[in-house]
Design a protein around this ligand. Structure first.
Ligand code: HEC
Length: 121
């Protein structure tokens, strides 16, 4: 082992990635929807994202969302707005703003707010 600097560089980069945006922490906390978004959610995203047969990453299935989130919110935002494979443009929510859609995505990618116990997924 005569390349310790390489390890140091990797360690620094890994540290930056972890502390840079605190994504890991954010993803672990439930996201709450206000009444308006909860209503929209029930009529749009939920119809597919709670039905495994659609091929959609299931709401609050953290393992399913992890690789999706790894793409970054710029890519995800584009996929929500323009559609992506089985995912319809705007997730079929014509009245949603871009912010609404990102909030809905974060809600689905986070643990369920009402869950009080650890669930195995
Ligand atoms: C008609 C069914 C349907 C509805 C309604 C729907 N989705 Fe999806 N969504 C999908 C499917 C299927 C995928 C998986 C696409 C793939 O990767 O094959 C998906 C994937 C996604 C992804 C991940 C995209 C990626 O790049 O990996 C996000 C984010 C998402 N949906 C958000 C939403 C939001 C927010 C709503 C509600 C506003 C919504 N979806 C409504 C079917 C739906």
């Amino acid at each position: 082992m005569h390349r310790p600097w390489k390890i140091a560089v990797i360690a620094v980069l890994a540290g930056l990635a972890l502390t840079g945006c605190g994504k890991e922490d954010e993803a672990a906390k439930p996201v709450r929807l206000d009444e308006r978004l909860a209503d929209i959610y029930g009529r749009t995203c939920q119809t597919c994202h709670q039905n495994a047969e659609t091929g959609a990453p299931l709401a609050h299935d953290l393992a399913a969302w992890k690789p999706r989130l790894a793409q970054g919110e710029a890519v995800l935002g584009d996929h929500i707005i323009n559609g992506f494979k089985g995912m319809p443009p705007l997730g079929q929510c014509i009245e949603c703003s871009a912010d609404d859609l990102i909030t809905l995505m974060r809600f689905m990618a986070a643990p369920a707010p009402e869950s009080t116990q650890e669930e195995e997924h």
